[in-house]
Design a protein around this ligand. Structure first.
Ligand SMILES: [Cu+2]
Length: 200
């Protein structure tokens, strides 16, 4: 987390490329455009596009990674980008990373509501952490922006609490293979704002 200041840049390479390709499409004749579109179809289905389907019910047990729905549709990457919004949701619920290698995670709050009523963070927890118990402690941790010191040994890493338009990048390493839950610890959010990082 000390390395946060080195890592302010967030790239949106995929979107930029998509826009560029769309402009090219409009400049081409219809037939050539159709061929071009077909040829590019495979490229557009990169990581993350199907991560939404991995939304599952809360469990405090550590399920084997192989049992997680949609896992095989997620690309392995240690460069993680996550967005949180005013609808109290993360845009991704599932990540796959290489264990034992540095991970960079950037959270951006893309909402507009005030931090006091719709703040967001990401807290990465050790495998098997009791999420309801964690959430109950987090609500009380007002002085530390809802990072409960009582769960200090369960917290692998966390961003700061973000208001609208803010972002934060953290670096950490998951040494052991396993399924690491992540949540937003703002009061009332962890139940729906949660996901998994599978270290393999
Ligand atoms: Cu939140």
């Amino acid at each position: 987390m000390r390395f946060r200041s080195f890592l302010n840049s967030v790239t949106f390479g995929a979107q930029t490329t998509a826009n560029f390709e769309m402009k090219r499409l409009f400049l081409m004749p219809v037939v050539a455009g159709a061929v071009f579109f077909a040829a590019c179809g495979g490229n557009s289905s990169n990581e993350s596009s199907s991560a939404d389907s991995a939304e599952t019910a809360t469990t405090t047990e550590q399920a084997p990674a192989a049992d997680i729905p949609g896992l095989d549709t997620v690309a392995v990457s240690n460069d993680l980008a996550l967005q949180a919004n005013d609808l109290m949701t993360f845009d991704k619920k599932l990540f796959r990373v290489k264990a034992g290698q540095p991970i960079k995670l950037t959270l951006k709050n893309v909402g507009e509501m005030p931090k006091e009523s719709m703040g967001h963070n990401v807290v990465v927890l050790t495998p098997g952490t009791d999420l309801p118990a964690f959430g109950g402690e987090a609500i009380k941790a007002v002085d530390t922006e809802y990072i409960p010191v009582t769960f200090g040994s369960s917290i692998v890493a966390h961003t700061k609490l973000l208001g609208p338009g803010e972002s934060d990048t953290i670096e950490f390493t998951l040494d052991e293979k396993g399924v690491y839950p992540f949540v937003c610890s703002f009061p009332g959010h962890y139940g729906v704002m949660q996901g998994k990082i599978v270290a393999e």
